[in-house]
Design a protein around this ligand. Structure first.
Ligand SMILES: *Cc1c(COP(=O)(O)O)cnc(C)c1O
Length: 390
């Protein structure tokens, strides 16, 4: 074990099971470790490095802003966050944006907005948020409570109240929950990421959104992972023909810097007044300048390339020995392998390819601009590892 690994083991809280590798630099979708070993990156820092490592255009936007003004606090106006908010609203039809630093915070804001709105519209008892079984919404106490997986709840009782869980695909059960609880909102990921790259059925989501509206409940889509081009549309809900009341996003928005955003639709646009909510770092000009450069490039041509790259991966893996299924959309893919996913990921690393896992699947979230050749090379190695016999 290297000195850094020992230091890390000694002084960093043991919340992460790290792969036994120390990465030191990269370019695009290629990374190098301390011994100069090269890796093809099919994870992009969990869908964060939208255009890969040290992307020139993003770097230029970030460093230009860094050299001018790195932070002001939210007591003053700055250009990048205002411009970014305008871009986000224009491209989603939403009306206002609250910026924070992470996905969990973006979801906290969505929950607060929904509850405040429902209390005023329907009554203070309309506070329940319906989320889906198998969902993942973050690690703060409220977003943990929103997360529909018991394993995350176990050690942190008592969790904030007011969350109930619907079974994905079961409209009758959702209707019963909406009837039996006083609900403020229904919150969903269109593709569950951490939950195993499960794509939500189109008819289910459309009908679920309609059911929510019938009960006066808002529709929140958690696009923390699915957002910013990942699924081959700018936001994942755009595959579904629905218009959410609140959209949350983070991960890929900042292209590698921490940035969360809660997009508020017509109904909740004016729910907050000064003092209601805040974040010291939220809307940081450097993060926002980087995000503007990311969003600027996510045009239809780029999104169609993301879809094509996704199809390329599917074409290579579907039906391959040791591959049981491929789920997901665009460049957010889950590969159900015959061999244990964790073992496949560990062996891919040794063979020079970085992949992720989600539940019992290997998860692929490469940079959106990964060159086809690198993508093919990486997937070929994954394919070989999947075909091994234990
Ligand atoms: C990663 C993720 C979060 C949490 O984001 P953080 O930035 O880690 O707080 C929330 N929701 C979804 C769908 C995610 O994938």
């Amino acid at each position: 074990m290297s000195e850094i690994m020992q230091l890390d083991d000694t002084y960093i809280a043991h919340t992460y099971a790290r792969f036994p590798v120390r990465l030191v630099e990269g370019e695009g979708s290629i990374l190098w470790d301390e011994s100069g070993r090269r890796y093809i990156d099919l994870g992009s820092g969990i869908a964060v490095n939208t255009f890969g490592i040290a992307d020139k255009e993003w770097q230029k936007a970030v460093t230009a802003q860094l050299g001018r003004l790195q932070h002001t606090s939210n007591l003053y106006y700055t250009g990048p966050c205002a411009h970014l908010a305008e871009m986000l609203c224009q491209r989603t039809g939403m009306k206002k944006v609250f910026f924070s630093n992470s996905g969990a915070e973006a979801n906290e804001c969505a929950i607060k907005a929904a509850r405040k709105y429902a209390a005023a519209e329907l009554g203070a008892e309309y506070s329940t948020i319906v989320t889906l079984q198998g969902s993942f919404h973050g690690r703060t106490l409220a977003t943990l409570a929103a997360t529909g997986q018991d394993v995350f709840h176990r050690d942190y009782q008592p969790l904030p109240k007011g969350f109930v869980y619907a079974k994905p695909g079961d409209l009758d059960q959702l209707a019963a929950l909406l009837k039996n609880h006083r609900c403020a909102a229904v919150m969903m990921e269109v593709v569950q990421g951490e939950g195993g790259v499960n794509v939500l059925d189109k008819e289910y989501l459309q009908k679920a959104a309609a059911l929510a509206a019938d009960h006066g409940a808002l529709v929140i889509v958690d696009e923390v992972q699915t957002g910013n081009g990942r699924t081959g549309r700018l936001y994942g809900y755009m595959h579904y023909g629905i218009q959410p009341d609140i959209i949350t996003t983070a991960k890929g928005l900042g292209g590698g810097l921490p940035l969360g955003a809660t997009l508020l639709g017509e109904k909740v646009a004016d729910v907050f007044v000064p003092g209601d909510h805040g974040s010291t770092f939220g809307g940081n000009p450097v993060c926002c300048a980087g995000a503007i450069s990311i969003l600027n490039r996510l045009d239809e041509q780029m999104l169609s390339r993301v879809r094509a790259k996704g199809n390329l991966v599917r074409g290579a893996l579907e039906g391959a020995p040791g591959v049981e299924s491929v789920t997901g959309m665009g460049l957010m893919l889950g590969v159900k392998t015959t061999r244990p996913a964790a073992k496949v990921a560990a062996e891919c690393l040794r063979a020079g390819v970085l992949v992720l896992t989600a539940k019992d699947k290997v998860r692929l979230l490469p940079a959106l601009n990964i060159p086809d050749q690198q993508l093919q090379d990486g997937v070929e190695i994954l394919k070989q590892v999947c075909a091994r016999v234990d």
